[in-house]
Design a protein around this ligand. Structure first.
Ligand code: CUA
Length: 369
């Protein structure tokens, strides 16, 4: 009999009733399903026992954690079932050494195909609806929300409280008060993320993105940039402090006093610069609000970042106004030893007015150790 004739006879007979390799076994499929169910239960128990998230500090966190648990409960059995069938089949139906024959020809199994299309379809649709309901809830506007404008830039975050007419490098929020963040970037993509609040939003050039949440637990949490944005990306971390309302109010007045009060030169600060930005603010505030502290160490400003050179320890030859000014407006004109060009944004100086630039240069000169 030729191979072709043999195939034709096999096809005529149809697939064998029972595969000879499992012929001696009682209920092989039931056994496989049993193993799969047991493994699923163990898998679900393990994934639910794992503490996936840090503590939650916002009203939205528990909803997101529950959604995550439901996703795990639905996806673990699917994964375990597929893997059980695959591993079982590989072990149970493997070819004997020397067996070069083809497997039995199979033309499909309609009932099985309907089942494995319908069940995942129902599961994915239900999860999509559930996810949408949660998202809709998270994005709902709250009547008494406090707005905070968040600006990302290489490599720092700055925060503006429009209702308080205040700009700050530190994010401070009153507990239990809804917040609406408006997120922007001055340069490349960043992503505003506080793991304890669970929510995250990209800062996209040309767009303003929004994020709403209500911090509900006092404490200090990290604000993280979650989008690779350049050499200092990993250092783009600040803190958010969630404090009682009274403490927030006194923080606001203290910040305003510092911004409006004593500058370096003793000259009265300009009355509330109409432009956004820290017009008339002392050099130290420009140093922090313009983002210098995101990359440069400066003992006087309490910054210890090391993406760029330490600005408190300029060499004697470099510690002059002309050099400092040029290094701000033309960052690549002179590259300090051990650092590379193209790290500091080329247009960094453009965000500063002439007065701000003067104040910053003066401050850096005075801040030499
Ligand atoms: Cu900004 Cu990463």
């Amino acid at each position: 009999m030729t191979d072709r004739e043999r195939v034709q006879t096999d096809e005529a007979k149809g697939p064998p009733e029972t595969d000879p390799r499992i012929a001696g076994e009682k209920h092989p499929v039931a056994k496989m399903i049993g193993i799969g169910l047991l493994a699923s239960l163990v898998g679900i128990a393990i994934t639910l026992l794992i503490d996936w998230f840090p503590e939650d500090a916002a009203g939205s966190a528990s909803q997101i954690d529950t959604l995550y648990d439901v996703l795990l409960i639905c996806s673990v059995p699917v994964f375990v079932l597929v893997m059980t069938i695959a591993i079982y089949s590989v072990v149970r139906f493997r070819a004997k050494p020397g067996d070069m024959g083809d497997g039995a020809p199979i033309h499909g199994n309609t009932r099985l195909e309907v089942i494995w299309v319908t069940i995942p379809f129902i599961m994915v649709t239900a999860l999509a609806i559930y996810g949408w309901v949660v998202l809709d809830d998270l994005e709902a506007k709250e009547a008494n929300a406090m707005r905070v404008n968040v600006t990302g830039q290489q490599f720092t975050w700055t925060f503006e409280y429009p209702s308080e007419e205040l700009q700050a490098r530190e994010l401070v929020l009153p507990v239990d008060r809804p917040v609406e963040f408006r997120i922007r970037t001055k340069d490349v993509l960043h992503s505003f993320w506080v793991p304890q609040f669970r929510l995250k939003s990209d800062a996209v050039p040309g767009l303003t993105t929004e994020l709403r949440l209500t911090p509900n637990k006092e404490g200090s949490y990290e604000v993280v940039c979650a989008e690779l944005c350049g050499l200092g990306h990993a250092a783009m971390r600040q803190f958010v402090r969630v404090v009682p309302t009274g403490e927030f109010d006194s923080w606001v007045s203290k910040q305003k006093e510092a911004a409006g009060g004593g500058g370096g030169g003793g000259e009265p600060a300009e009355e509330q610069g109409a432009e956004e930005g820290a017009a008339g603010a002392p050099g130290e505030q420009i140093f922090t609000s313009a983002g210098c502290a995101g990359c440069h160490a400066l003992a006087a400003a309490g910054s210890d970042a090391d993406v760029g050179p330490n600005l408190g320890q300029l060499s004697r030859a470099d510690a002059n106004a002309e050099f400092i000014r040029r290094s701000i407006v033309e960052p690549d004109a002179d590259i300090a030893q051990g650092f590379s060009a193209d790290v500091m944004p080329e247009n960094f100086g453009e965000q500063l007015s002439d007065e701000e630039l003067d104040a910053l240069v003066k401050y850096l000169l005075e801040a030499q150790e």
